[in-house]
Ligand binder design. Structure first.
Ligand SMILES: Cc1cc2nc3c(=O)[nH]c(=O)nc-3n(C[C@H](O)[C@H](O)[C@H](O)COP(=O)(O)O)c2cc1C
Length: 178
């Protein structure tokens, strides 16, 4: 199973990126996880552009999505919602068929006690509207990130590690059924 993990944060010290790196390290032996952490390279979505004017950075992300059996999107919560850079990236994909029926797991990591649920939840609705196959059983909210990753951004929390295993199992089932 080839997976693509997209970080919804532009921070180099991002906990959401750290979660994706932890997932990559915990991948089962027959699974690979490529990580995309370049949403800051994606220009502002412009619906007036023709298809042949789609920026290279967007085309390259679309190619990575097509090559993946499943996708994980990990999002921070900004002002009780989805970060603008991530929403902007998704807006470019609305007219593409790269995500249609693609198994997709949403994760969120936050330093607050709610684990980014106020971003996670609307993101799930947005991705459902885009006709992806959101794998709800694989979703994860990680609250109090500062207590679960060490100063090198390595995941140290055993419960989160177990949740990652469950998430991979749900993703595997969804990929098998797709
Ligand atoms: C502008 C801004 C707004 C934020 N708003 C919220 C919020 O509404 N709810 C919340 O739980 N955390 C909020 N946070 C905290 C982030 O969830 C936290 O910093 C998280 O670690 C960001 O994800 P990252 O580490 O992957 O960059 C906010 C952070 C910033 C910078």
């Amino acid at each position: 199973m080839n997976l693509l993990g997209i970080s919804g944060s532009v921070r180099s010290g991002s906990y959401n990126l750290a979660l994706l790196k932890a997932m990559k390290a915990l991948c089962p032996s027959d699974t690979s996880l490529a990580i995309y952490d370049q949403i800051k390279q994606i220009p502002t979505f412009d619906p007036e552009l023709d298809d042949n004017e789609t920026p290279d950075s967007v085309c390259s992300l679309i190619s990575m999505m097509r090559a993946a059996d499943g996708i994980i999107v990990s999002t921070p919560e900004y002002a009780h919602g989805v970060p603008g850079a991530l929403k902007n990236t998704l807006d470019w994909l609305v007219s593409s068929d790269a995500l249609i029926l693609k198994p997709l797991v949403v994760t969120s990591v936050s330093t607050s006690g709610l684990g980014g649920v106020r971003s996670h939840s609307p993101l799930t609705l947005i991705l459902s509207a885009m006709n992806t196959n959101v794998v709800v059983e694989g979703s994860m909210n990680v609250p109090y990130a500062q207590n679960k990753f060490n100063s090198d951004l390595i995941l140290t929390d055993d419960l989160t590690k177990r949740a990652i295993e469950t998430s991979f199992m749900a993703m595997r089932q969804a990929v098998k059924n797709s």
